[in-house]
Design a protein around this ligand. Structure first.
Ligand SMILES: [Zn+2]
Length: 618
């Protein structure tokens, strides 16, 4: 693989390390998956002296040092019939030192991985197993020796599943006996990049044959797998549209590993030849829920090209201990988010109307992010290892990992500029062909820098791209970057009726959206998730963590609040909010007459409709 990065771990053998990269044998027993405990046994070549082993710390695609070392238990080392002494490194909790006795050339290790026993959100270290299914992330059940790149160490892995459970994975299988699967020997890089989905109810849906592309879907019930036939057609179309967008691919075959459960963490994680995406149990069979998660698989699939194949040079680290630098996530995640948004419409997973409603929500939310006054977009990427784990309270003032959504707007803007500069002859699709395209290859990493992005954009359309991106990354607003929406012939407006997409999100995520009226984001039970600095609720003294109990003397509900906003438009009395805060109750009076406000995109007929062109299937 073409991974290169400055400051790589030097492959010089220490006295205790074998001279050439070892092959480690790894046997994982997942038969107790419903108990949420996974047992692993490793055989690791070693030489007498100190053997330094690592538990993976920086997890690819999670952009953070969030390897779940706290859930590593039952750790024991043996050689020549004896238990070996070990100690954790005092400067790094992910590093272990094992005393290897003389005359020993291999040690064995035993460990348990304790998957969260009660519900935990987050990424792959969050809840990953139920009574009926599990996702096995190999980085959670292994150790690796110091001194080698993950490309150079080989693993020969096997996996034992609960009786009768089926599985899906991009990892090549060389044999199966009963419920035990033996995998081909692969590099540590490939192993960690190739999770396994397994379950009692598992459906394989072929999407394309050359190269083989399929969905491997595990659900908590058989009924959750019975989506209407057009859903599979949309995913087939996604594969077709992605090939047309990029003009080549960089995997041998591709598996959408899709988990449908209300008891696992919900997120998407990209790999070269698969994605580990997890949504609610009814997300394929329920019309509304399907819309809410429609853009997830397009986003993760795009990552096979943008993020895995083309990767920022300082994210292409030689192993899992070297810190990742997240400054180019505005390309890695931002461009992926834009292309995922485009492919969601081109594949038919959302209609253009629905996709535009989604874009309106993105634009409105970022246009009500006063935190940009102190934190620019670049800093949301630079601080990503921390921001991924920040509380949702104070989101609008702290800012979050905004490089996803804000760069959807910025890359739309770039797409519009290319179309304008070339009178429609070129588009961002041409950039993708140059940057991510031919020739098709097996998984490999081609690192890039800021300059490479600017130079490739200039190959497509001459423009001062360096200044464009520098301004986009360092400005402090005040508003969101809406130049792409305006240039594509649309504008953001607010009215009193939420779009179907917004109603869907409110229903699915149990919140009430008074963001654009009072500057108040509420959960269904009245607890206040966030307030927007400078808007009526915050100015009145209300903040996140408080709870709205009553509106104008009546017990709070979403409808009661909406009615109060409506009647205040024409009335003269202030809206009275009874709020509980740390056991104390207080009434806040808000003199607000603006009514309800929900974002939409409407056509600006003075300009050509480039957005509809962009969203059209190729
Ligand atoms: Zn992503």
């Amino acid at each position: 693989m073409a991974v290169s990065a400055g400051g790589a771990t030097k492959p010089t053998a220490t006295p205790a390390s074998p001279a050439s990269p070892p092959t480690v044998t790894l046997a994982v027993d997942a038969t107790a998956a419903p108990r949420k405990i996974f047992h692993a046994t490793l055989k690791i070549p070693a030489a007498p002296g100190d053997l330094t082993l690592y538990y993976p710390k920086w997890i690819p695609g999670e952009h953070a040092p969030d390897g779940p070392v706290i859930d590593l238990a039952g750790l024991k080392f043996f050689a020549a019939g004896k238990t070996l002494k070990w100690r954790r490194d005092l400067l790094d909790g992910f590093t272990l030192h094992v005393e290897v006795p003389t005359g020993v050339s291999e040690i064995s290790a035993e460990l348990d991985f304790l998957s969260p026993a009660t519900f935990e959100g987050g990424f792959s270290a969050g809840s990953s197993a139920t009574d009926k299914l599990a996702i096995i992330s190999w980085n959670q059940v292994l150790l690796y020796p110091k001194g080698f790149k993950s490309d150079d160490i080989n693993y020969s892995a096997s996996l034992k599943l609960p009786e009768g459970w089926k599985f899906g994975t991009p990892l090549p299988v060389i044999g199966q006996s009963g419920n035990e699967i033996k995998f081909a020997t692969v590099s540590l890089t490939t192993l960690v990049d190739s999770p396994v989905i397994t379950g009692e109810f598992l459906k394989v849906v072929p999407l394309a044959s050359n190269p083989v592309t399929e969905m491997d879907i595990a659900a908590d019930s058989a009924a959750a797998l019975e989506a209407p036939p057009e859903v599979w057609d949309h995913y087939r179309s996604l594969v077709d549209q992605a090939q047309k967008l990029f003009g080549a691919h960089h995997y041998r075959d591709y598996h959408f590993l899709y988990t449908l459960s209300d008891h696992v963490a919900h997120f998407g994680l990209e790999h070269h030849e698969s994605d580990d995406s997890r949504v609610g149990e009814r997300s394929l069979v329920d019309d509304g829920a399907r819309k809410m998660s429609a853009s997830l698989l397009p986003h993760e699939y795009v990552h096979s090209w943008n993020g895995k194949f083309r990767r920022p040079a300082d994210l292409a680290t030689p192993d899992y201990q070297q810190p990742m630098q997240d400054d180019l996530l505005w390309v890695y995640e931002g461009l992926t988010n834009y292309l995922g948004f485009v492919l969601t419409a081109r594949s038919g997973l959302l209609t253009p109307d629905q996709d535009r409603d989604d874009l309106a929500l993105t634009a409105a939310s970022l246009d009500h992010t006063p935190g940009r006054e102190w934190r620019n977009l670049q800093d949301t990427a630079d601080a990503a290892p921390q921001l991924y784990f920040s509380s949702r309270s104070w989101n609008s003032w702290r800012r979050s990992t905004d490089f996803y959504d804000e760069d959807t707007l910025n890359w739309l803007w770039a797409d519009v500029i290319i179309r304008q500069q070339t009178n429609g002859a070129k588009t961002l699709d041409d950039f993708c062909h140059l940057f991510h395209g031919a020739p098709s290859t097996a998984p490999m990493v081609k690192p890039y820098t800021f300059d490479d992005v600017v130079n490739t954009l200039n190959q497509v359309a001459a423009y001062d791209w360096r200044s464009f991106w520098t301004e986009r990354l360092t400005n402090h607003g005040p508003g969101a970057p809406l130049g792409g929406i305006a240039g594509s012939g649309w504008k953001v407006v607010y009215d009193e009726t939420p779009s179907a997409m917004e109603s869907g999100f409110m229903g699915a995520r149990n919140f009430v959206d008074a963001t654009y009226s009072l500057g108040l984001i509420l959960n269904d039970d009245g607890s206040i998730g966030d307030t927007i600095e400078g808007m009526p609720a915050a100015l009145a003294g209300i903040g996140p963590g408080m709870k709205l109990v009553a509106v104008n003397g009546r017990r709070f509900s979403g409808e009661v609040l909406r009615d109060a906003l409506k009647s205040a438009k024409t009335g003269s009395a202030p809206i009275e909010l009874l709020v509980e805060n740390t056991d104390y109750y207080k009434t806040y009076k808000i003199d607000y007459r603006g009514g309800e406000k929900y974002p939409h995109l409407v056509r600006d007929d003075s300009k050509p409709d480039l957005l509809s062109e962009i969203l059209k299937a190729k």
